[in-house]
Design a protein around this ligand. Structure first.
Ligand code: NI
Length: 174
């Protein structure tokens, strides 16, 4: 599916809740499949439905170990429908993020160290989870897409923005 780039109005509109009945349709399953494929083809570790021009509150997170987070879990893509944040840590951590909708840039963003979330799983089960670190960061990044935000809205200083290619060379710690 085509990725919405920054400037597209869909990235600014709060997502709409999914009806549980709609989740049991073939259409819904094919959409989830296509969203997953789009994320994997783009080499992403997360994606949200508004990023493919769909207004529904659906996101996928798929952490995998990387240079910065060698201990990050290697997750099967996790589908979260109508996610909500129930609680979050006071402590925030700053680190660099990229986004499929904001190509070629990286931004340093502060995120809660842990958060407790509630969502509907792919099978419709109400699920609660406590997530932390890199996985919590991915969640908060994707959740932003469901409330009409991107990482750019969290930037505190223009010094906290780098070209992706420069970031890759310099690998700033935080
Ligand atoms: Ni993003």
């Amino acid at each position: 599916m085509k990725i919405a780039l920054i400037g597209e109005p869909i990235l600014r509109i709060p997502a709409v809740s999914v009806n549980v009945e709609d989740m049991l349709t073939d259409n819904f399953c094919s959409f989830i499949h296509a969203l997953k494929s789009t994320m994997l083809e783009s080499n992403g570790i997360g994606i949200a439905a508004p990023q493919v021009f769909d207004p529904r509150a659906i996101m996928i997170i798929a952490s995998r170990p990387n240079e910065r987070y060698p201990d990050a879990p290697n997750m099967e893509p996790l589908v979260l429908i109508n996610p909500k944040v129930i609680a979050s840590s006071e402590e925030k951590c700053a680190d660099w993020e990229g986004c499929l909708s904001v190509p070629n840039l990286r931004g340093k963003v502060k995120r809660h160290q842990w958060i407790e979330i509630e969502y509907l799983a792919e099978n419709g089960d109400i699920t609660k989870r406590l997530i932390e670190g890199f996985v919590a960061r991915i969640f908060q990044h994707e959740y932003d897409h469901l409330i009409g935000k991107t990482w750019l809205d969290h930037i505190e200083s223009t010094d906290d923005i780098m070209a992706d290619s420069v970031w890759r060379q310099m690998k700033p710690l935080n």
